[in-house]
Design a binder for this molecule. Sequence first.
Ligand code: AMP
Length: 227
Amino acid sequence: MPKNIIIFFGPPGSGKGTQAELLARKTGLPTGQAGWKKISTGDLLRAEIAAKTTLGKNVEKYLKTGKLVPDQMTIKLMENSLKQKAAGFIFDGFPRNSRQLKALLAILESLLKKNDQVRAIEVAVSDKEVKERLGLRRMCACGAVYHLKYNPPIAEGICDICHQELFTRNDDKPKVIAHRLKVYHQDGKPLLDYWQKQGKLIKINGEQPIKKIHEEIVEKLRGLKVI
Ligand code: AMP
């Protein structure tokens, strides 16, 4: 069975994490066999922070301010995740710069066989749309997520489910969003150029309904016999 790799790219708030999750569910096998595995460095880092591990304590300040955590930490997380038994891997949030790309390519060289495929999917969303999506996002401690325009709570500033006060995620504050976007464009451009040159880049319009984007991704990957 081939071990294919799909790498999601896109600015913060592009919905790439959602698309990676939907694709992982689609490609997961029902029982027994190892299906595809999703590797989200953001999720892995947030889990370390929640579990108050040493790594979590070290990276908390980076996530709060929207800065990238030092490469050796995310590269280690990625290396460990690739040791899992899986039919293929879906990356969300890695690699994010040229050094991480180099580390990934070195590992894939020893991991992949002749017919295995690597594809990068860019979920394209404009900066204006990102600012609106993230700037109007509100969270509740119970886990509920609202959007002031698309999914507002019934009572302003209060969670519909548990009635606690809603808050804005630290990294959704305007200054932090602007910084995350700047980093995405600066560090991400060489990566997109690389996959483009390799003829492995699939560009998808991320300003469409979630289901439509998912269907387009599945159709393109099936066409290429990646899934
Ligand atoms: P995300 O959930 O992908 O938006 O990631 C949230 C935060 O986790 C980022 O703003 C970074 O601080 C950190 N992070 C996630 N992936 C990486 C990575 N590949 N390299 C460095 N930092 C990362």
